[in-house]
Design a protein. Sequence first.
Length: 303
Amino acid sequence: MKKLLTALLIIMATGAFAQQDPLFSQYMFNKLAVNPAYAGSRDALTLDALYRYQWVNVPGAPQTFSASIHSPLKNQHLGLGFNVYNDVIGPNINQGALATFAYRILFPNAKLSFGLQVGVKYNDIIWSMVNPYDVEDPYYKAQMKNKAVPDANFGIYYYSSKYYFGFSSKQLFQNQMSVVSVNGREGFTKLLRHFYGMAGAAFPLSDQVVFRPSVLVKFVQNAPPQLDLNASFLFAKTFWIGASYRTEKAFSILTELNVSPNLRLGYSYDIWFNELKGYNKGSHEIRLGFDFGKSRMLTPRYF
């Protein structure tokens, strides 16, 4: 644990940490956390909440909570949303709150949406949780200064009742978050710009079965590209079950139950095949989705 925390502090102080965004296995049900152009696309006031506990049994393992609400306006070209998150890794806390505006171009059988998110992000360390080997370590003694910084995300999302694809870029401002001064030299953590590409489709195989493949591609400087491939099946318009493979050498099993036309409950379990496979008991993710009122969408919702 001590080695983990000391390494975390050094990495943060030197700004070498690349994959800064929270990881979600159920990205296909939680798109507003990835692409702001998704706001209003369900044609109802929609609430999504998700909790993820990654690498169970590893001290200081990541735990993430994300919640969003979004809706179209009376003017069907416009959508609004709001997203908050809390991402904890050991003593390190990353938090954010962002408002979303989307403008939609309406086609006969599809819509093209442009979305912009703006808000504030904050990073901090709970120093009472840190127990280093060397209390004289200059990075520990300096106890970096943290601050809230503005940030923005942008996305494009094209969708119909049967398919979608989108592109987004997050952390556009690339602001400095945490600053530390050691021996007269200043180091800092810098938000790096993240790029996402997503696509998915739904293929009815019969009156009772729908096949839905999807893909998410993620790229950020100083880290290898990450690819997430998913294949899911919907049975009797009620129960989703599927599996994903992530190029971080992880395999996920996903399920979602449509409890009612408005309420959805989802769960996923990740199995890791990388160097951490002998030290953790997988990752759990629980999600709740709810549509208030009656959706304007007349056909079944697959995304």
